[in-house]
Design a protein around this ligand. Sequence first.
Ligand code: SAT
Ligand code: MN
Length: 592
Amino acid sequence: MATAPQSFLPLSKISRSVAEWVASIQTLTQPEAVHWCEGSDAEYTSLIGELTATGELQKLNSESFPNCFLARSHPSDVARVEHLTFVCTTQREDAGPNNHWMAPAEAHARMRELFTGCMKGRTLYVIPYCMGPLDSPYSRCGVEITDSAYVAINMALMTRIGRPALERIVRDGDKFVKGLHSVGELDPNRRFIMHFPEELAIESFGSGYGGNALLGKKCHALRIASYQARTEGWLAEHMLIVGLQSPRGETHYIAAAFPSACGKTNLAMLIPPESMPGWKVFTVGDDIAWLHPGPDGRLYAINPEAGYFGVVPGTNPDTNRNAYDMIRRDTLFTNVALTAGNDPWWEGLDSGIPAIDWQGRPYDPKNGPAAHPNSRFTVSAKRNPGYSPEADGPRGVPISAIVFGGRRRGVAPLVYEARDWAHGVLVGASVASETTAAAVGESGVLRRDPMAMKPFCGYNFADYWSHWLETGKKLKAPPRVYHVNWFRRDAQGKFLWPGFGDNLRVLAWMLERCAGRGGMVETAIGQLPRPQDLDLRGLDLPKAALEELLSVDHDLWRKEALDMRTYLDAYGTRIPAALQSELSKLEARLAE
Ligand code: SAT
Ligand code: MN
């Protein structure tokens, strides 16, 4: 418990180990000033004021977008940089073929050189944060040191920061993740995001953008936490958590993993179609889930975050009414365009005209989209009209179904159900998806992205799949496992499924299955709904489209299984035998 006198202590006096670490970083980076973040509203307002004064933030039209601001990042600093992101374990094999690896001593030496004196003339911000509700046994804390006030205000919206987090660190016995960040000179040639899972440490230099710089998010809550989760017996996953209340009044929670920029925020905030009256949707989280086997043998989830860092383009009243309303106040926008009236503008909005593009130039279609395709909003989850009252609960929510998905033109049907947990692990491990603008590199290239964790798993995937299989054994009532593909296209390249709110039709079938009611047909890849098993009332979907969406082409799937085998081979003998055997069983079923 936090003791009353601590509330009066200066932040620098609450935890001796945090203070000592801060002092050592101060010596290394030589900042002009040190600012310990309290986490108060007044502090947020004053940081915003400072950033507006320097021009790093621009106030938006305060009538249409009250308390909203625009940040423009350096044009070469607009997404995560996977090729510069490293997992630094003592043994190379512990990082696995899924990660870039560097020996810890070499990584520390390189980063030391970059950090030496890098904060001269700047302010060092100390941001104590708690990932998860402050009173949850499942939450874990960290401290981010940064020289970016933009990072500080984003962390204030995205996590629980300040004094209460620091008090929790003391209650945790001074155990916390040390995250050191500097924007440096924003030079893409002097940019590294290093993770030291064995030391619970992160060192990030040279980028001010999202997942590279907000260290509580991908760096801590996924890469470091996945490693920590394996040793402690839980799972840190790239999953949204959504509660669905059926017209019968039953509420079930689903956790769903999709790669970045594949619609997790939209699914987490889904608006039921008018033709499905009586359904209610509650958001617990939109990006990350920490999953724990609970005392009753079910799997429980908390959202370690407290806000959303969502993709802006495409957000409009038809695709996501709640998100559209949510970001009309108290929101930070990064890399969107502006109208002449100083409103934010992005592709997919049905009103307004862009006047200034995301780089601050007069808008000219010759320069590409007005808003960057990976432009983002940062907003507190409390602004979401569908925010679940359970999201702040310490025990988390019980998960009935786990969903994996990717962005695929073909092969994967609209939905299928795994035969059991072990088969579900293969289904998750087989996720493949076309790349998006969330990471630097070519978009639209198909790559394997197991459990949507390719960029985020802090250790060897082979060990990670073993851990998944072991976790299943601890569950008396494991969630059912599904795979979905909202992005299947016809021969002309047109999407076959409307997506967005209509995805509820697929989720509703899953819940019927979980309740032991939903119908299905057995196929080689798993169980699929028959057309009559889906609630399609009010949806104008051509019969041929539905048939294609629910089809399983054995020739294509044999190729898929072969490709999966080649992919798994890269992991050598560490691959769990149970996963190999699930793949062999799939191959045998496809050969029949
Ligand atoms: O990594 S970010 O936090 O910038 C966003 C994402 O890729 O999901
Ligand atoms: Mn994500």
